[in-house]
Design a protein around this ligand. Structure first.
Ligand code: GDG
Length: 448
């Protein structure tokens, strides 16, 4: 059996390796059981610029997985990670060209880091390896490997959306970037829309390749178990007690402008104005761990959210009730699942999202006896698979407010019917099946 080589910007930290906590690490453990695997990427460490020259790959093996990581220099971190990946590609791929902070220097550093990754990785490769590259940080890695003579099969999966060419072409060098994707034997994306957009780009630059759809999932079985088991956790009981029998609305999102949080809070204000009977009669818990805190747009967002939440709590709150319980620090995973279980409704309203795993986690955490209602943005990659959610346009505050009202006043039988229709897809397309189907497609391609 061919060895699998995973390349991603971040490699699970040492403490996460023996017991992966979620996401890619769990999906891959599932998919490559008993198979040899090499996982290559950034160590998460930054070193001074003058230490870049003689940096080494550090290697560490846990069971069947070998982890190989390199440090980034401070300038590489700034230019490659914060600058080009998160300050340019992220907004553009989320249809927000106006938020791009493009500089030529960041573009050079982005390409230089991809080349450096290729040079460090190439000597570790065997001729029949299957290489699976992840996400927008590493678009040009496949070509950089080909230029070093690597002949293995190489696949790429994009976790975030891909915009139409009319938008993508706002990126200086977009044609070149698009052409570089020809190096991949399999180009995977989350949704049909993304595939259509990638294919449009391919046809503009004359690349005959086609993108394929591999929607990502979660591990629903273990999430559901965590949700039930967690109900006995004293922290969870503390939350439950604090609800005083009132319905709970939950939101869980990394603090990112793609998640539509200011829009969501404004919709919640419309809800409190339009349906004043809910003032003091509903608890809204919003968990929003700070992310990418040193990228300028994220600082601006944090201040905006602080302002909107302060406005809501000051205006609509009372001495014994706050409209929003707002946390900007992460909550441990073993609490998150039972929190979802306790919630009567979830607000998942990104302006754009590759998939959005929270929507699937919320469904997985519910119990047939009393399931909650999911309010989901039409612009989440999960929406086409989840038509029995209350689908909304996150820009339309009235529509979101009405959906919230509908969720909170929905009969038990309607909640059960909707949940029963949502459940099969969440159980069918799991993290493990996603990884296996990508790897199988890559293995079926004839070597380049
Ligand atoms: C990217 C794409 C795509 C969040 N807060 C806490 C916490 N989380 C967990 C959630 C969920 C994960 O983080 C977030 O996943 P999402 O899919 O919602 O969003 P991104 O982070 O933007 O992920 C996305 C994904 O990649 C996979 O391809 O679906 O579209 O943008 O699992 O539960 N977990 C804990 N505490 C928190 O406070 N423990």
């Amino acid at each position: 059996m061919a060895r699998l080589v995973i390349v991603s910007n971040r490699v699970p930290a040492v403490r996460e390796r023996a017991q992966p906590a979620g996401g890619l690490a769990v999906a891959l453990r599932d998919a490559v059981q008993g198979q040899e695997c090499l996982w290559f990427g950034w160590s998460g460490q930054q070193v001074p610029d003058d230490e870049g020259e003689d940096r080494r790959v550090s290697v560490d093996k846990v069971d069947n997985v070998t982890y190989a990581t390199v440090d980034l220099t401070q300038s590489e971190y700034n230019g490659f990670y914060e600058g080009y990946s998160n300050g340019i590609l992220w907004p553009l791929c989320h249809y927000r060209a106006g938020l791009m902070n493009y500089t030529r220097q960041d573009r050079h550093i982005y390409h230089a880091v991809n080349t450096m990754f290729a040079r460090k990785l190439a000597p570790l490769l065997k001729s029949d390896d299957l290489i699976w590259v992840h996400d927008y940080h590493l678009f040009p890695l496949g070509l950089a490997l080909r230029e070093l003579g690597v002949k293995c099969r190489i696949g790429f999966f994009l976790h975030i959306p891909f915009p139409p060419w009319s938008l993508m072409r706002a990126l200086p060098g977009a044609e070149k970037l698009m052409k570089s994707l020809r190096a991949y034997d399999v180009m995977g994306v989350q949704t049909e829309d993304d595939a259509r957009n990638v294919n449009e780009g391919f046809s503009v630059v004359g690349v005959p390749a086609r993108a394929r759809v591999f929607p990502i999932g979660i591990d629903p079985e273990s999430f559901q178990q965590q949700a039930s088991a967690g109900l006995n956790n004293p922290e969870v009981q503390k939350l439950e007690k604090s609800l005083r029998g009132l319905p709970l609305i939950i939101g869980v999102d990394r603090m990112d402008y793609s998640k539509g949080l200011p829009e969501r809070f404004r919709a919640y204000e419309v809800f409190l104005r339009k349906y004043p009977e809910y003032r003091g009669k509903v608890i809204y818990l919003q968990i929003t761990p700070v992310s990418r805190g040193s990228v300028p747009e994220y600082k601006v967002l944090r201040e905006e959210l602080d302002g909107v939440v302060g406005h809501l709590n000051g205006t609509y709150g009372d001495f014994d009730w706050v409209p929003i319980r707002y946390l900007t620090h992460p909550v441990p995973r073993e609490l998150l699942a039972p929190f979802f279980r306790l919630a009567r409704a979830a607000l998942v309203t990104p302006l754009r999202d590759g998939m959005n795993l929270v929507a699937k986690e919320y469904v997985a955490a519910q119990d047939e006896k009393d399931p909650g209602a999911l309010i989901l943005s039409r612009f989440a990659g999960a929406a086409p698979e989840m038509e029995d959610a209350l689908l909304v346009n996150p820009h339309d505050a009235d529509e979101v407010a009405d959906a919230l009202h509908k969720a909170l006043s929905m009969s038990l039988s309607e909640r059960q019917v909707r949940w029963k229709r949502l459940k099969p897809d969440v159980w069918r397309v799991t993290a493990g099946s996603w990884a296996r189907s990508f790897i199988t497609s890559l293995a079926e391609v004839r070597s380049a």
